[in-house]
Design a binder for this molecule. Structure first.
Ligand code: PEP
Ligand code: MN
Length: 338
């Protein structure tokens, strides 16, 4: 059960509500979002009889929600939520494309990458300064300094930045460098301590699907973030593990309409990590838009063959520009703009 708190409720009225919930033998879980405060009830909800909470001054609405994921569910909010990143809307009629290199390498590489991302017409830029690599002996990311290269290059082209957070100890640096969107990668989708901490921030989060996670597990991971107060969540499908070995992962296109039905939050797709090959990016990106995705996360590099990480799947500036043109037509065909 979820209690929606009136925007004008005072701190004393909220406290009164929490005390009443405790008196009933339940534990309140307050999710203080930037736009609204909601209180989840933990315990046996049968203890709450009709009307006992509704009459309190702080309460706008009491909603029984059957799904285990509450705040992120369509049951909780019927209309699509728009997650804005510096005024750029995710989840509306406009499709957003985020592009950039797998990893931040040098200041010069980031400058050239940002110029290409902007020239292609993408509105946000990606790049990892901290990389979750399978082998401890491969490049692990340039670290804190990379965030400076990234910030400078992206600012020159007015591009908000998207970058992966792996460690709670880096949150202060991310805030200091004004990271616009925090990416939680596939390997950390169920790192619950990390999810709780980003849940305490007022920074949009891209939550990638765990490579072997079910849709329900993914929704529950998002619920962790929302329950701790951060309601600005964007889901990103990036391909899942199957028996197939011909390509890196299998893009779960079916997940797009299923997720759009289950959640009011935006859903984007990363065709780069799904296919793992540059030649697969365009067809998978088109399929994603056709299936209802709200945006794309694409790897591009000023010189793909020289990329320090994921060189095989990076698009060149020319390929990115061409793809944007093709995607525009697919978007129009499904009644969206790009
Ligand atoms: C990435 O986007 O750089 C990345 C590592 O992706 P994933 O977590 O999906 O593997
Ligand atoms: Mn990558």
């Amino acid at each position: 059960m979820i209690v929606i708190v009136k925007p004008e409720a005072s701190a004393a009225q909220l406290e009164q509500l929490l005390n009443r919930i405790r008196e009933l033998g339940l534990t309140p879980m307050v999710s203080q979002g930037a736009e609204r405060t909601v209180v989840g009830l933990i315990g046996d909800e049968r203890l709450v009889s009709d009307g006992v909470l509704e009459s309190l001054p702080a309460v706008e609405q009491v909603m029984p929600i059957l799904k285990p994921y509450k705040l992120v569910s369509r049951e909780f909010k019927k209309t699509d939520s728009i997650v804005e990143v510096r005024g750029i809307p995710f989840g509306g009629p406009e499709i957003q494309v985020i592009a950039g290199p797998c990893s931040v390498e040098t200041a010069e590489q980031m400058r050239r990458a940002a110029a290409a991302v902007r020239a292609a017409g993408c509105r946000l830029m990606r790049g990892g300064a901290f990389k979750p690599r399978t082998s401890p002996y491969t490049f692990q990311g340039v670290g804190d300094e990379g965030l400076d290269f990234f910030r400078e290059a992206a600012d020159a082209y007015d591009l908000p930045i998207v970058t992966e957070l792996m460690d709670v100890r880096k949150i202060d640096v991310f805030l200091e460098k004004r990271v616009d969107v925090i990416q939680i990668g596939t390997r950390n989708m169920q790192n619950f301590d990390l999810l709780k901490e980003v849940g305490r921030l007022n920074v949009p989060v891209i939550l990638k699907r765990g490579m072997s996670a079910t849709i329900k597990e993914w929704l529950m991971a998002a619920e962790y973030i929302a329950a701790h107060g951060n309601h600005r969540i964007i889901f990103a499908e990036r391909g899942i593990r199957t028996f197939e070995t011909q390509y890196r992962n299998v893009l779960d296109v079916t997940a797009i309409p299923v997720l759009k039905k289950e959640t009011h939050l935006p859903v984007i797709v990363d065709p780069s990590h799904a296919g793992g090959k540059a030649a697969l990016v365009a067809p998978l990106a088109k399929a994603a838009i056709a299936a209802g995705a709200d945006g794309l996360l694409i790897e591009s590099h000023p010189c793909p063959e020289e990329a320090w990480c994921d060189a095989d799947q990076a698009l060149s500036p020319e390929q990115l520009t061409q793809l944007m043109g093709e995607l525009r037509r697919v978007a129009e065909a499904v009644g969206r703009t790009l």
